[in-house]
Design a protein around this ligand. Sequence first.
Ligand SMILES: Nc1ncnc2c1ncn2[C@@H]1O[C@H](COP(=O)(O)OP(=O)(O)O)[C@@H](O)[C@H]1O
Ligand SMILES: [Mg+2]
Length: 312
Amino acid sequence: MTYDVAVLAGGLSLERDVSLRSGRRVAEALGGLGHRVTQLDLDEHLVTTLSRGGFDVVFLTLHGRAGEDGTIQGLLELLEVPYTGPDSVASALAWDKSVMKGQWRRNGLPTPDWVRVTSTAVRDMGASAALDRVLARLGEPLVVKPGQGGAALGVRLVDSADDLARALIAAFSYHDVVLAERHVAGTEVAVSVVDGEALPPVEIVPKEGAYDFVARYTHGATEFFAPARLPAAALRRCQQVALDAYALAGCRHLTRADLIVDASGTPWLLELDTCPGMTETSLLPVAAQARGWSFEELCERVVGLAVAGPSG
Ligand SMILES: Nc1ncnc2c1ncn2[C@@H]1O[C@H](COP(=O)(O)OP(=O)(O)O)[C@@H](O)[C@H]1O
Ligand SMILES: [Mg+2]
């Protein structure tokens, strides 16, 4: 079957360029498979275009706010156009890191201890005076990150109260809720789930320093091992945790869980990504390859799931 597919990419988020790269690659793959593909960006005509367009399905490669927080998903639900990826409620839940972590904690899934700090607490209630408590509770070093967002923007490693204050202020420029999280030393792994199946875990090894924006989107800056070089039991635990996270948030089609596996083999959940990158250096395509699916097969499979219906 071939379909009229709208590939939605770009948007206004900080991840616009990455999204455009994902979108171009998906559009080329689907075009090569014989689908009729239209690339769309976010603008004020979007609803009119989508209502008139006669599209069978929208392939979402909109990373960041509006694309991943349930906004576009809610709009597409209203327009009754099938689309790829988790629905608006699952997207909104996973987009908020502290809310998602709270759900994992309540349901017994491993996620590093954290403290949630808001800009209101710091600016209007004097929370800076309690920063030493944050350090005492979580230990050093810790990781400071915006409560919403992606691409490692605003993420910093912190090992003193002064550093913590600076990192919070920096992170507040991305979002007014910030997480201070216990740092987990170990192997960084991403586990993609496609239609309830966990793909081979991908181990992430930046050639220099942290897995930051540059390490993510510069070709050759990060090495991937798929499957990750971990004992079979640890690989299975990673896959199980990623499946549990997918199910708990009520996801469908595709997600990617980011984890750190510590020396004991425990996979600590950092976040659940509901619109995983599809660029040349992205993790889901690497995992699909290790599963034996080409990029084209991955795209075809996801389109098929979306066309099949909401429970597909
Ligand atoms: N608690 C932590 N312990 C160790 N490294 C972390 C921790 N939290 C984040 N990191 C590092 O920072 C990166 C970005 O964090 P993440 O929570 O996945 O946010 P983003 O949405 O920006 O990808 C991760 O890929 C990982 O390298
Ligand atoms: Mg991440």
